[in-house]
Write a protein that binds this ligand. Sequence first.
Ligand SMILES: [Zn+2]
Ligand SMILES: [Zn+2]
Length: 325
Amino acid sequence: MRMTVLASGSKGNSTVIASATTRVLVDAGLSCRELMKRMAQVNEDPSALDAILITHEHTDHVAGLAVLARRLRIPVYFSEPTHRAWVRQMTPRTTMTYAQWLDHVQKEKEARAALDAVETCDPEKCEQFGGVQIAAAIADEDEEDAPEATAKRDLASLPAVEYFQPGTSFCIGDLIIAPFTTPHDAADPCGFVFESATESIRMAIATDLGYMPPNVRSALQRIDVLLLESNHDLEMLKDGPYPWAVKQRVLSRVGHLSNDATAEFLARDYDGNAAYIVLGHLSETNNVPELALLSAEEAIRERGKLLGNRVLLAQQSEPLASIFL
Ligand SMILES: [Zn+2]
Ligand SMILES: [Zn+2]
């Protein structure tokens, strides 16, 4: 299996998880163009991606989602509340009742069926769905370059949407994916554990956590590669430039994990199983990579038998070389 962190931090998050036969992208928090560029830098072939999975609807996790999914024509996996929050975010003037939401989902399904009909070139179906109009709608390969063309379409339209429920595992190809609920101020935030059905290797992504509740601590057992949040240094946050309300939000139980909280987890609750711990979602304003690294390494050093764990830092500005296991 392989984990490639394309970007991690408050300005954008995205990670490729690959098994022998399946490749997924977790979050798409940079522009489509930047994600494509970063994938090229680390030899990740975007056209080989099978799906995009979304942890929650905050912009640093979804900024490039719609354009990337449409360009690659791959399904997007959300929990239903996250999908709904994202659609609302993309169409801010729409207030939707639940009945209108169900109607929206139904229309999306019909539109996708129509697109499939055009792609398979069944002339009868093309006519049925008004082929000319739809053909124009799918000719959007360069939509980033033609904003006036995208303005006319539903910004929240996706090639396909699949729902999962945090707490219930599902499969994509030979990847078994276990989403777990995280404490964070979003509609239905989650992290993921990925296990290859053939290789008995487990990788996890756990960022955007206000604190470490028991369900997250137990989800992070027996993990071989762990991408874990180490967002801020408490002193830097307290003395830093953020307005008081934002400081309170970050510090709250639905905000982000501090270096200290991460270290406490590593020292007390972590089982020491990971060959690699990747520290991620570092704040550029309220943290220094060296501080996060030092704090995690000290926590591990206190537990002598964990010296085999390598601690790496995921970057905001460039991809981290792929981790193979
Ligand atoms: Zn978030
Ligand atoms: Zn985030």
